[in-house]
Design a protein around this ligand. Structure first.
Ligand SMILES: Nc1ncnc2c1ncn2[C@@H]1O[C@H](COP(=O)(O)OP(=O)(O)OP(=O)(O)O)[C@@H](O)[C@H]1O
Ligand SMILES: [Mg+2]
Length: 476
């Protein structure tokens, strides 16, 4: 595919050149044909045999503009007794011939000018695109080391050598594991200080094992076909990951670097010291809980990040795994959506939906996905609705509470109580940890939005932009 694509500009140029040659020769041919036809008529009238004229032309000894003059002279010489009107006719024909020739030349020049102009345009366009690509590659190459490490956030990862430890076999042996997800372990590491007295900088490293490779040995045992498939898969991942690496928004956690390993990929992110929303919703060591205004701000931030992925990215990015553990909190407690684009880059990262932690993850997946097996932007809106429900009620979809109530899960429970309109029952919806602080009205409004987002019919759900607008109108 790639070689064909790189050959195609050359092919276009060649085709255009051939077209130009054909066109010019066609014009020549047409004008030659016209000359012969017209001059035979002149010759016939002037008494010169057309054969004689054609002979003159074929010998090529005399330029053909003189041939006509010669024919006129010879006509004159041979026909002294011809009437004066004959001379007038022949000078009129000469004038007509000159006019016709001038017109023909103009047409030919126009055609040649047009073709040459188009050709020049195409060639300079191609040259510009090649130069642009070269410049872009040079720029990207500045942050790409020989080992294949690509740095997307040079402000955080100043040199590729700072990540060189990942290429060692035991590189992560002494590094702390901070979490484990569908793709594998997440580690926390410190970057070497650039200057003395500099604040320590931490990164989170996500290790993603290759689909077929379970270690070097496994990769060595692969057949040629399997190795080719693995190479193709690795290249696909790299190109997707590099697309994701260039996405920036204040509510998204950007990829800081990508380090391809022998049997895995390392995705490097800035370490978020406030952890995930999943952890923040639990009371901290001092028994404090996340207050409502902070929760509302997080909700608005998630909606803004989601809107950016759905609306500003082309092709749009559907997260597919929105849940509190994929919402990280920065130093200002601002929401940062993590793992966006990973589902597209590493389709297998969702396989954990069928493993033991299925309930936790499945609680966030839109019901239509089970029938269609197709993720749409409205599936993300559904998951976001569940997050809103969790923020207001303080209960995860897996909460044991839902085994005690008649409704099947958090969404059915919420829907029924909101629809019934009983104020006492609605007050019961609110998370005990934040109830009584004067935000009940706001919390109930957010829970109503959660009900909209989790409508059974995806078409009835609002878009991420609608939700962001609705949430922004709730003043805290
Ligand atoms: N950049 C980060 N900063 C701080 N903690 C992080 C960071 N990235 C991940 N974590 C922690 O690591 C945990 C595991 O993350 P991981 O993304 O692998 O799994 P997950 O989010 O639970 O599930 P999924 O595989 O669906 O994303 C997270 O819950 C979070 O607590
Ligand atoms: Mg995650």
């Amino acid at each position: 595919m790639a070689p064909a694509a790189s050959r195609s500009p050359l092919l276009v140029v060649l085709l255009l050149a051939v077209a130009l040659v054909l066109l010019v020769s066609a014009v020549e041919c047409y004008s030659g044909h016209h000359d012969v036809a017209r001059s035979s008529a002149v010759a016939r009238r002037s008494g010169l045999g057309s054969g004689q004229y054609v002979r003159h032309r074929r010998t090529g000894a005399v330029p053909h503009r003189y041939v006509l003059a010669e024919s006129r002279n010879s006509t004159r010489n041979s026909n002294h007794s011809s009437p004066a009107g004959s001379n007038a006719t022949s000078s009129g024909e000469e004038q007509q011939g000159r006019h016709h020739r001038g017109h023909r030349h103009r047409v030919r020049n126009w055609i040649i000018g047009f073709v040459v102009g188009s050709l020049t345009g195409v060639i300079s366009g191609l040259a510009m695109s090649v130069l642009f690509r070269l410049a872009l590659n040079c720029l990207r190459g500045l942050y790409r080391s020989k080992s294949g490490t690509v740095i997307f956030t040079p402000k955080l990862i100043k040199r590729a050598e700072h990540l060189a430890f990942l290429r060692k076999d035991d590189g992560l042996a002494s590094v702390a594991v901070i979490g484990r997800g569908g793709c594998g372990e997440v580690y926390k590491a410190q970057l070497p200080p650039e200057a003395e007295g500099e604040e320590p900088r931490f990164i989170a490293i996500k290790k993603i094992k290759n689909r077929a490779g379970d270690g070097r040995g496994a990769q060595n045992n692969l057949s040629d076909e399997e190795s080719r498939l693995l190479d193709k898969w690795t290249r696909q991942i790299q190109s997707e990951i590099r697309t994701v690496g260039h996405i920036r928004h204040r509510n998204l956690l950007p990829l800081a670097a990508h380090v391809p390993g022998t049997d895995c990929h390392y995705l490097v992110y800035e370490f978020m010291k406030n952890g995930s929303l999943h952890n923040a919703l639990k009371p901290n060591a001092g028994g404090e809980v996340l207050p409502w205004p902070a929760r509302l701000r997080i909700a608005v931030g998630i909606a803004a990040g989601l809107e950016y992925l759905h609306v500003s990215q082309r092709p749009q990015i559907i997260h597919r795994d929105l849940k509190p553990s994929n919402i990280l909190l920065d130093d200002d407690m601002e929401a940062r959506i993590a793992d966006f684009g990973l589902a597209r880059a590493i389709p297998d990262s969702n396989t954990h939906m069928t493993t033991s932690n299925v309930a936790g993850t499945l609680g966030y997946i839109a019901p239509e996905y089970h029938q269609t097996l197709k993720f749409t932007a409205k599936c993300d809106v559904y998951s976001f609705g569940v997050i809103l429900a969790v923020l207001g009620t303080g209960k995860e979809p897996t909460d044991p509470f839902f085994t005690q109530v008649d409704d099947v899960g958090i969404i059915m429970w919420l829907r029924r109580v909101i629809k019934d309109g009983n104020p006492a029952a609605q007050a019961e919806l609110i998370d005990d940890a934040i109830a009584g602080a004067g935000y009940e009205e706001q919390i109930l409004l957010v829970l109503r939005i959660a009900v909209f987002c989790t409508a059974d019919d995806p078409k009835e759900r609002p878009t991420a932009k609608d939700v962001r607008c609705m949430l922004s109108q709730i003043k805290s």
